[in-house]
Structure formats: C-alpha cells, structure tokens
Design a protein around this ligand. Structure first.
Ligand code: CAA
Ligand code: NAD
Length: 288
C-alpha cells in the first residue's frame, strides 16, 4: 500500500484536475499549482460540480465529498508545493516546458524519497529524467487517461534511469487511487498513443478527403466498432493541440512520416479550435 501523504499536481487542466480529484478521494492531501490563475478557479469549480453530481446520484456521501474537497488546496506559486512527497506533472505536452519544470523540481525536492512523476502522453521519460539531473532515478511516467475519474488505466513508464523501487511505488499509488497500472516501455507515445493517434489522424484524413461528414465518421466507428466516442469527437475531448503535440513527438522520435499530423488537424489548431476546452473543435460546444 502506498504511503503517500501529500501529492502535488502541477497543471490544473483536464488531466491535473482529475488526478487531484481521485487522489483526494483516496484520502491523500493534494496541492494543485497552475501558472494560470484562472485555470485554478476553473479546476476548483469543476471539482465542486463533479462531487455534487456524485452525491446527487448516490455514488458518494455528502460527508465524503466535503472531506475530499477539503483535502485539495490550490496555489498560485510553485514554491507552495514544497513539503509534498509525490509530484505529478500534468502541464502542456511540450518538451522544453517539461524539461525546464523538472530541472526546477529537482532543485526543490532534494529528498530522495520524493517521486517526480510525469503524466506525459508521449515524451521520453528518459529525457525528462535527464533534465532532472541527480533526481533522474526518481522520475517516472505515470500516464492517466481522460476522464481520469472514469478511465481505469495508468500506463507506467520506466525511464532508463528510473529505479525499480520508484516503479513499484508508482504501481502501489495507482492501485491506491483505484486504477489498474500496466507497464509500457519508454518509446515515443508508449503503447496507448502509438496505437490511438494513427486512428485519430486517419479520421482527420477521411474528413479532409470528404470520405464522410464528421457525424458519419464518428457514428460509423461508434456503431460499427463499438468505440464509446468516434475518433473526431475523442480528438476534441483530448484537445487537438495535445493530439498534434503527441504526433510531433512520435514523428520526431520514430522518424516515420506516417506519424505526421494531418494538415486539416493542424489547421484546426492554428485557428484556435482546440476542442472541448476552447468550446470549438471539429464540433461546436459553445452552447453546451
Ligand atoms: N470528468 C469526470 N467524469 C466524467 C467526465 C469528465 N470530463 N465526463 C464524463 N464523466 C463521467 C460522468 O460523470 C459519468 O459518471 P457516473 O456514471 O458516475 O455518473 C460517466 O463518466 C459517464 O458519463 P456520461 O453518461 O455523461 O457519458 P458516456 O456514457 O457517454 O461516457 C465517457 C463518457 C466516459 C467519456 C465515454 O464517452 C468514453 O469512455 N469515451 C472515451 C474516452 C477515452 O477513450 N479516453 C482516453 C483518451 S486518450 C488518453 O487519455 C491518453 C492520452 O495521452 C491522450
Ligand atoms: P490542458 O491544456 O487541459 O492543461 C494544461 C494546464 O497546464 C493548463 O491549465 C496550463 O495553464 C498549465 N500549464 C502549462 N504550462 C505550465 C507550467 N509551466 N507550469 C504550470 N502550469 C502550466 O492539458 P491536459 O489535457 O490536462 O494535458 C496535460 C498533460 O497530460 C499533457 O502532457 C498531456 O499530453 C497529458 N495527457 C493528456 C490527456 C488528454 O486526454 N487531454 C490524456 C493523458 C495525458
């Protein structure tokens, strides 16, 4: 059983918020930091809404919801996460930004018991660990799935420098959070996105080439292949910017042009249509 007492989540977006929520539900104190103050407010409001809905549906008692809410604090300075014994990074899928953060985290957390985990979708854990210098053996991939409170999996990625003990502790923490951990090696996109992103990209090619309308592409994959969401809807849900970033990591890391993002997908991102999070992607969510 994991003995983590205080977990820091960096990045209060879709993933960070969900990770904070399930950690608090597992009885862990959580501190959430985001460099964007409005992101913290949005994250807090969404947690309140989800806890209220769970109580309404009888899936959680009001007492448990209040206790979980009270376990989460939101801070506007990175320094305020000090004292944590586990960090999960869930910021933008950008190598430079993540490397910079892990350099800072290594300085902030010299204690060799503190684990520095990344929720990256695709970026090399070995490279992130290298940016953490002496703390490299404490860096691990802890890849949750969206929506975090619902999806059962945590993909656990061991970088070349990650210690076996850190991997075991990551598995224990994922289980304590109610998840099923499964291992994947440190290759671009690991298993999940190596398989998922080509599907999403192909759906954008089908759309770009006029094979069918978005609703038909998604409907065909839902009704014909039993996917809970069609690939275009799923891309909006993940974030089209995140999809493009993941494809670039795979393109660069695997050196195969088949991973290059479809021009239409890139065009949506260039237009600021990033999916659910901006209210508009392939579909319009502004009236939801
Ligand atoms: N946050 C938290 N909970 C959410 C949620 C969210 N954003 N969206 C839905 N839920 C919860 C609902 O509250 C509901 O919970 P209860 O049953 O306890 O009430 C449950 O999910 C089902 O929701 P709905 O009935 O509203 O809708 P649904 O049955 O259509 O399911 C879904 C919604 C779970 C998202 C489902 O469509 C699904 O599984 N979609 C596929 C998701 C998927 O493939 N995720 C992986 C993305 S890839 C990734 O994460 C890795 C990466 O690196 C990019
Ligand atoms: P998001 O855009 O919803 O949220 C990212 C948050 O990070 C934003 O609130 C932003 O303000 C904050 N941020 C950016 N740079 C920061 C910094 N330097 N310091 C502090 N905060 C910073 O993104 P997301 O979808 O939550 O994705 C976060 C990470 O999780 C990415 O690495 C992504 O690849 C990965 N991931 C995403 C999904 C998904 O379905 N969206 C699934 C699994 C993993």
């Amino acid at each position: 059983m994991s003995d983590v007492k205080k977990l820091a989540v960096i990045g209060a977006g879709q993933m960070g918020g969900g990770i904070a929520q399930i950690a608090a539900q597992a009885g862990i104190e959580v501190v959430v930091f985001d460099s964007f103050a409005a992101g913290l407010e949005k994250c807090k409001a969404l947690r309140a809404k989800l806890f209220a809905r769970a109580v309404e549906k009888g899936k959680m008692t009001q007492e448990d919801a209040d206790a979980a809410t009270a376990r989460i604090s939101y801070v506007e300075s990175l320094d305020a996460i000090s004292g944590s014994d586990w960090v999960v990074e869930a910021i933008v899928e950008d190598k430079g930004v993540k490397f910079d953060l892990f350099g800072k985290l290594a300085q902030m957390f010299p204690d060799e018991n503190v684990v520095l985990a990344s929720n990256t979708s695709s970026i090399s854990i070995t490279e992130i660990a290298t940016s953490a210098g002496d703390a490299a053996s404490r860096v691990v991939g802890m890849h949750f799935f969206n929506p975090v409170p619902v999806m059962k999996l945590v993909e656990v990625i061991k970088g070349m420098q990650t210690s076996e003990q850190v991997v075991s502790r990551t598995i224990a923490l994922a289980e304590r959070m109610g998840k099923t951990p499964l291992p994947a090696n440190d290759r671009p996109g690991f298993v999940s996105n190596r398989v998922l992103m080509p599907l999403i990209n192909e759906a954008f090619y089908a759309l770009m080439e006029g094979v069918a309308e978005p609703e038909a592409i998604d409907g065909i994959m839902q009704l014909g292949c039993a996917h809970p969401m069609g690939p275009l809807r799923l891309a909006d849900f993940i974030g089209l910017d995140t999809c493009v970033n993941i494809m670039h990591v795979m393109l660069e890391g695997l050196g195969n042009p088949k991973y290059a993002p479809c021009p239409l997908l890139k065009q949506y991102v260039a237009a600021g249509r990033l999916g659910d999070k901006t209210g508009m992607g392939v579909y319009d969510y502004s009236k939801k």
